[in-house]
Design a protein around this ligand. Structure first.
Ligand code: BEZ
Length: 235
């Protein structure tokens, strides 16, 4: 790391996503500006031509359309170079068969970050885990370019893609319906109504048939799965 400036400040939930320009397998990008109006998942992986990352890329690529239906684009990053990225993605398409996935083409951009400039900006290099590789970071960025959720996994553990999709749908549901979501929420489960601002409202709610109040501060209501999905998914 000699001669390199390492930024240790990490972006946090609620911050504007730090801007950068980079080269990717799909051409140059200006991040997050060119994603304005879309949700975007920016994620890092430790290294090309490694098994856990390969299983993850095949899964991301297989789910790309599912994320797109929720107005979400994918952008990957590792500290490898562009030619390594291209060779690895070609190997995945031409040679790898895994869990029923084969002939998998990764169509979303994969950023080359040999200088680690972007990885450092986003706190993806976590020296206790590795100084020369990014950890498995996942940033959920909203259409206004604000970071809404951050999840980190270590080198040895592949991400849970059901959870990544659940987080995306949950964030959009919370925004669209003005609600919060309880533990393990999935579309169709009851949602949490914001806590009442006065005793009067709290009392009304406790007596309401439209909500279930477990106490004055904890009321839930139903939103049908179809209503959630119709509000979020395209087509
Ligand atoms: C993997 O993706 O398999 C991997 C990458 C870096 C360290 C350990 C595992």
């Amino acid at each position: 790391m000699e001669g390199q400036t390492v930024t240790t400040a990490m972006p946090r939930i609620g911050d504007k996503a730090p801007s950068f320009k980079a080269v990717t397998t799909q051409g140059p990008i200006e991040f997050p500006e060119q994603y304005a109006g879309n949700w975007v998942i920016l994620f890092s992986h430790p290294a090309d031509f490694t098994p856990v990352c390969t299983s993850e890329f095949m899964t991301f690529a297989t789910m790309e359309e599912q994320f797109a239906k929720a107005n979400c684009k994918l952008v990957g990053l590792s500290v490898d170079g562009l030619y390594s990225h291209i060779a690895w993605l070609r190997t995945i398409k031409e040679k790898i068969e895994y869990k029923g996935m084969k002939d998998v083409e990764v169509k979303f951009p994969l950023i080359e970050d040999i200088t680690m400039e972007v990885a450092n900006k986003y706190g993806m290099i976590q020296p206790g885990e590795a100084t020369t590789k990014a950890v498995r970071a996942v940033f959920f960025i909203d259409p206004a370019g604000v970071i809404r959720t951050i999840i980190y996994y270590p080198l040895s553990l592949g991400r849970n893609f059901d959870e990544l999709y659940r987080v995306l749908i949950g964030l959009q549901t919370a925004d669209k319906f003005g609600v919060a979501l309880p533990a393990d929420w999935r579309p169709g489960d009851d949602v949490i109504v914001p806590t009442a601002g006065s005793c009067g409202v709290a009392k009304e709610r406790m007596e309401s048939t439209e909500m279930t109040c477990h106490d004055w501060f904890f009321c839930t209501k139903k939103i049908a799965k179809d209503e959630v999905l119709k509000a979020i998914l395209k087509g």
